[in-house]
Design a binder for this molecule. Structure first.
Ligand SMILES: [Zn+2]
Length: 643
């Protein structure tokens, strides 16, 4: 018998000893980080409301109870009873029975009403039918990404269960190492922005945190081939943790599977979906620009199949000696700070990912309270001494003024924006401004992936700021459903119609004018002196967006439509060009300092990463002088030993 088998036998005996005599335990299995308990008496289990929680705290494991498959009532009968228990207002759209695990997946517009107070409705369902209910939200705006991911995972259920069982055994294997140490190796995004990747290693375990590309620098990928990472074999890595879906953190995660990696990816549910959306688009863009994509779309599916989603605050075993907890980072939907607890109280490290410290319209500010943290690895995008941003209120006022002026002239406002994050923020500003009469009501056209990304946001309101979440729960108050918003889905004809029509606002990708439908808006409206182009996000060096900001008014339009020149015609830009700062998803210098200053507990050491040379140096020396901490501005390929 292997050690894991013996461990499971022990757990089974322990659980049998804890539960009342009339509840049988037929099997105990690991599924990823969870311990699944099979019983022939699911109804009695559910009657003991507190039992699962008691077991979980006693065994210090996440526990799921499932019915023994041959005790299940017939799905058709169960369906009737379940619909009888759930209040009609919950808006159930689908029930999906899985006899192999005894689970019934309930898709509903209002999951809270299916769950009930402290899970009371869920327990009632199990008491009545024996099945284990699991609830997912019906997206209020239809999202092809969400439904594709859900359908795909349904299709791959069996293989996924094998993966989870294998991962579970890995996590709960007996520790082999007798030494204890903790190291971090930097594989990218040090003294630069882009290609985020780190390895956190102990004598027992190696964890890869993020795996991104470098925008605008083809081929500059993280140093994945060093011995600490894949150099010692694809399965030298035990687990991958993804902080958020932006491509400079996620683009090369699917590549790991092409290299033979076969382990888990831990992240939040919205990050999984956004990663799917953004990496598939990444492949698409590469193909359109005539580049060879680094991997095929089947690798994106592998990544999704291997993803284990966690909620903020869940403390999860991901290796025999490592517990992971994700916390809200306030940066984009599902973005997390990854906190690692190593050994039994040996050491604690937090990786900030990208953070926004203050609340925004979309998100609560980043969490900076932890049980313990000795080392913080922190982003420094705006860590430079002068990197202060206009505050949000002023930025919004500036934007609304530009919109009013343009409207008065009878023109259109064109805003290039990233699909994820800034677009939704601007949508909220516009919705409120129209509702309160600060700007006239007019259509807001959303082009590119913006509509799809918005639909994903409304699928996961739990991840949004409290008051926004409450509004989304009340259908008639969901700001993203305001009637002014129009999804451009009929291509060039619709754009022409909008361009010829009345004053309007257009939000379109790409955010740095490097291709996508924004090129087409420039063709339609670029020569209209009445209209205005407004930049609301950072324009990187070398992008067309940056050139236009710098005053270029002859725009090369090639057939690839990415504004990079080549054969084609030139467009004379006659529209006004404005820039409104302050809508960033990143903390500015003040925000970064505040994050550290109010952090509880304050870390002993800080590694300043994810910023250009000057930003990381400035931030590192400021934190050292002001708060007397040991700070570092590492280069790529450095290794730090902490214990
Ligand atoms: Zn980011």
């Amino acid at each position: 018998m292997s050690t894991v088998e013996r461990q499971l036998e022990d757990l089974k005996a322990q659980i049998a000893g804890e539960v009342p005599d009339d509840i049988s335990i037929s099997d105990v299995k690991y599924e990823g980080p969870e311990l699944v308990v099979y019983t022939r008496d699911p109804k009695k289990f559910a009657q003991n409301g507190d039992l699962v929680r008691r077991l979980a705290s006693k065994l210090r494991k996440r526990i799921t109870v499932r019915p023994d498959p041959d005790t299940l009532s017939h799905p058709e009968r169960a369906r009737e009873e379940i619909m009888d228990v759930i209040p009609e207002e919950a808006g159930v759209t689908d029930l999906d029975f899985h006899a192999d695990t005894g689970e019934v997946i309930i898709e509903a517009g209002k999951p809270g009403m299916v769950i009930g107070r402290h899970g009371s409705t869920l327990r009632e369902i199990t008491q009545r039918v024996g099945w284990t209910p699991e609830v997912v939200r019906t997206p209020p705006i239809e999202s092809s990404t969400v439904s594709n991911v859900r359908n795909f995972l349904k299709q791959e259920r069996e293989e996924r269960r094998d993966i989870l069982e294998r991962v579970g055994r890995q996590i709960h294997r007996r520790e082999m190492a007798d030494e204890q140490w903790v190291r971090i190796t930097t594989l990218g995004c040090c003294r630069e922005v882009g290609r985020a990747a780190f390895v956190l290693s102990t004598a027992e375990t190696r964890i890869l945190i993020d795996c991104g590309d470098k925008p605008g620098a083809e081929g500059e990928v993280p140093y994945l081939q060093v011995p600490e990472a894949l150099g010692a074999g694809a399965n030298n890595i035990d687990a991958v943790v993804l902080t958020h879906a932006h491509l400079d953190h996620s683009a090369l995660i699917p590549l790991l599977f092409k290299y033979g990696y076969d382990g888990p990816i831990y992240t939040t549910e919205p990050t999984r979906d956004l990663m799917g959306l953004l990496t598939l688009d990444y492949l698409d863009v590469a193909a359109k620009e005539g580049r060879t994509p680094p991997y095929e779309s089947s690798m994106v599916r592998e990544a999704i199949k291997h993803t284990i989603t966690l909620e903020y605050g869940d403390v999860t075993d991901i290796a025999p000696d490592v517990k992971l907890t994700l916390h809200n980072a306030g940066h984009i939907l599902g973005s997390s700070i990854a906190h690692f607890h190593i050994g039994d109280g040996l050491y604690n490290v937090a990786f900030s990912g990208d953070i926004h410290y203050d609340d925004t319209r979309l998100f609560n500010g980043a969490v900076n309270e932890f049980p313990r943290v000795e080392t913080l690895v922190m982003e420094s995008t705006y860590g430079g001494r002068n990197d202060y941003q206009t505050d949000q209120e002023d930025s919004e006022r500036n934007l609304l003024e530009i919109i009013n002026d343009t409207h008065d002239k009878g023109g259109k406002v064109v805003i290039p924006a990233f699909a994820v994050g800034r677009s939704q923020e601007i949508m909220l500003v516009l919705e409120e401004a129209m509702r309160s009469g600060k700007i006239p009501r007019m259509p807001v056209h959303l082009d590119g992936m913006i509509w799809e990304a918005t639909a994903i946001h409304t699928t996961y309101p739990e991840y949004l700021r409290d008051d926004l979440r409450d509004r989304i729960f009340h259908e008639d108050e969901n700001p993203f459903l305001a009637e002014e918003f129009n999804h451009i889905d009929a291509g060039e004809d619709e754009r022409q119609e909008v361009a010829d029509g009345d004053p309007a606002i257009i939000l379109s990708t790409s955010g740095m004018v490097t291709g996508g439908p924004i090129m087409s808006w420039l063709r339609h409206l670029g020569s209209d002196p009445e209209s205005t182009l407004v930049f609301v996000g950072y324009q990187a060096q070398g992008t067309l967006g940056r050139r236009i900001q710098n005053g270029w008014d002859e725009i090369p339009m090639n057939d690839r439509g990415n504004g990079r020149g080549g054969r084609g015609n030139t467009l004379s830009l006659k529209m006004d060009v404005e820039t409104v700062d302050g809508f960033s998803g990143h903390a500015d210098r003040q925000g970064l300092e505040n994050f550290v200053k109010t952090m509880n507990p304050r870390p002993e050491k800080v590694l300043c990463v994810h910023g250009d040379e000057r930003s990381v140096q400035d931030l590192s020396s400021a934190l050292y002088h002001d708060y007397n901490m040991r700070t570092f501005a590492p280069k790529n390929l450095e290794t730090f030993r902490f214990k």
